[in-house]
Design a protein around this ligand. Sequence first.
Ligand SMILES: [Zn+2]
Ligand SMILES: [Zn+2]
Ligand SMILES: [Zn+2]
Length: 845
Amino acid sequence: MDYSKNGIVKKHKLLVSSGRRISTKLVINIFRIFMLFLLLIGAAGVSLGLGVVSGILEETPEVEQISIAPSGVSTTVYDSEGNEIEKLVASGSNRIPVTLDKVPDCLQKAFVSIEDERFYEHNGIDTKGILRAGASFFMNGDMQGASTITQQLLKNNVFANGGSESSFGELVKRKVQEQYLAVELEKNQSKAVILENYLNTINLGAGCYGVQAASKRYFNKDVSELTISESAVIAAITQNPTKYNPINHPEENVKRREKVLNNMKKNGYITEEEYQEAIADAVYDRIQTVSVESEQDSTPYSYFVDELISQLLTDLQKQKGYTYEQASNLLYSGGLSIYSTQDPQIQEICDRETSDPDNYPGNVYYSFDWKWSVQRADGTTENYSNVDLTYYYKNLLGQSDFKLIYSEKEDIQNCIDGFKAAYTKDGDVSLGETIMYSLQPQVSFTVMDQKTGYIKAIVGGRGEKETSLSLNRATHSPRQPGSCFKVLAAFAPALDACDMSLATVYNDAPFNYSNGRPVQNWYKSYWGLNTIRHAIEQSMNIVAVRAITDVTPELAYEYLLNFGFTTLVGEDDADNYGGANDVTQATALGGLTKGVYNEELTAAYAAIANGGTYIEPVYYTKVTDSNGRVILEANPQTRQVLDEDTAYLLTNAMHDVVTEGTGKLANIDNQYVSGKTGTSSDDYDIWFSGYTNYLTASIWSGFDENTDITKYCGNTSYHNRLWSKIMKEIHDVKGYTYEEPEKPDTVVQANVCTSCGYLAIDGVCDSVKTEYFSSKTIPTESCKCHIKYTICTVSGKLAGEHCPQDVLETRIYQTTFQGKNSYDKDAVYALPSEIQNGICIIHTQ
Ligand SMILES: [Zn+2]
Ligand SMILES: [Zn+2]
Ligand SMILES: [Zn+2]
């Protein structure tokens, strides 16, 4: 159908032209004659052996092979405990199958009385009805229902286009096949089976298919509880579900309902008394009340279900070869059972804590999504949104720091009113305006089981979720990961593939990116020689950038792809991003072109938690069809990203982050926690990604529109507390007891000098640490930075062979290590120049 304005105008012109009118009339007459002919064939049975009919019948499917069961059954989603959490239904449609014994006799008889009075007697086609209908049709073109319940069932469930054939020939063909199959079907199936399928199939308006859905929708009760009066309302809808919809058109439904009740009485299914009682019933008042309530009850899908749907649509296409359309039909009306990975307890804790205002800074802000359509006097329409607001205030009014962030909703209205005043002209008609507010700062949270890849809970934002498939900040907003990337991009490949260890030392001293821009530390100073372990604990930028420089950004990028990130920009894609890409030194600090999704960051950390094996996150375990057959089973991709040793070492080092380092607020008193904090530049994003022996979780917080969190909220650490609070509650509720990660046998210990990372020398090295190593990278050489000298205290120079014993002193100095200049704290160990200048010249003999 061409519903475009032009199409309609064209059609209208054709209809009013007289030539068209004549030919239409002619066609109708031919149609009538042909229909009569056809109806006679039907009346006489289909075994006349006419060539045309037998040809059509040859193409008719075998009755054994057709399915009269209704399609379009809603899909049910279960959580990990088997509780039903959601019903997926095709947009505005609903179907709940019910067996005939649950359908009250009065409802069955109401349908039979209005749709097919001789249902219990005929053999599939109603000859008497056809003859009467045919006569009436031939005489005055009045189309009367001659189609039996059996035929209606076939039309709905067997003939895909039943009722909307593209040509007259197709219609004839379908009619002939339908009559033939109706007779065959009645030979094969009982009246009860046919009626049951019919009652579950029939369109009953307001998106309801089948009597159970209609009963719930119009009367908010089970079909078995319907009264005679209510049954008559529902049976009255069938002939024209739009016209007889009892919510929108009670005045039409009431006429048809009276006919239903009359027929029921006439056929002896109800008594005069029952009839009078039903007629007197104020049934439409009840429908209106239920209707209002059910509108309010309809709640949008949760963030978890949104994402589950998206994953299922992808998997049905990828694994089953369906088109998007087919996958979507199956999902929303295939009567599937989806067994999700959502843990109801964990999700409840996440929802409760992330929505509790007490877990956020006191300053609450609002952002908003605004749309406005206005029709100008000349008939053109213009649409405005947030983008136009920002342009107006920022560029036209010169408010350079303008942001769509306000502490009062009232100020938002003023902002919009100001814009509208500037853009409204005489003769404008406002066509519509919508505004949706969102609380700021926002949050996202993902909980995943690192051993299975199961997403246990997900939070895509705080504040009321107003629509299904709304912005999910955990899976659809890429954000800068900041220092959460140090471990993934720099230290993981350094340990895994570049012969480095947690004891490897880098000099935290002034250092520039290859483009000459200096790298800054968050503490705005330099700490000298530091191990990778300490650099992880204290989130040291220069060490991370020096490490990725040695690792090479190319290898780092390869590791990141293996960790499952899909939002990175490679060098070959840089042209699409103004030359920017993520194969750079800045990637070590999470300075990315686009950013990462919370869900993917969680999966990457989960790979470390899982001994180096990455598992693609999954939202379901299996999906079965309405017959209980498994049609999809979660089969997440897994791959070894890191050596088991590397994973253990990083886990061990990241434990220091929560006990000694930048993530102390995220620690949990009765769990072994490993994790990493992250703050993006200008304090736009704050993160903590971490794990216990049981679960991995990441929290992100920030403003939807990039904004300095410190400036607006006063601090950037509330998210660490929230991570800890949620995870502690989860572990306590689940009864997870303290458990340390299991150390691989190939991880060994050695005492190292923390200034150079080589084996410590007793009595010489002043800072010694027992460090874990992969047996592959354990150091074999001794300290290279500490040197013990004997000094003559009289001359202050190196002792010579003639200096007396009692003026000698042993001192330890640090050499310039690996050619790197010592900085700040190491300066005190530097070899004084007078010593460098040689041997005592006082005691010469
Ligand atoms: Zn040493
Ligand atoms: Zn050393
Ligand atoms: Zn001397």
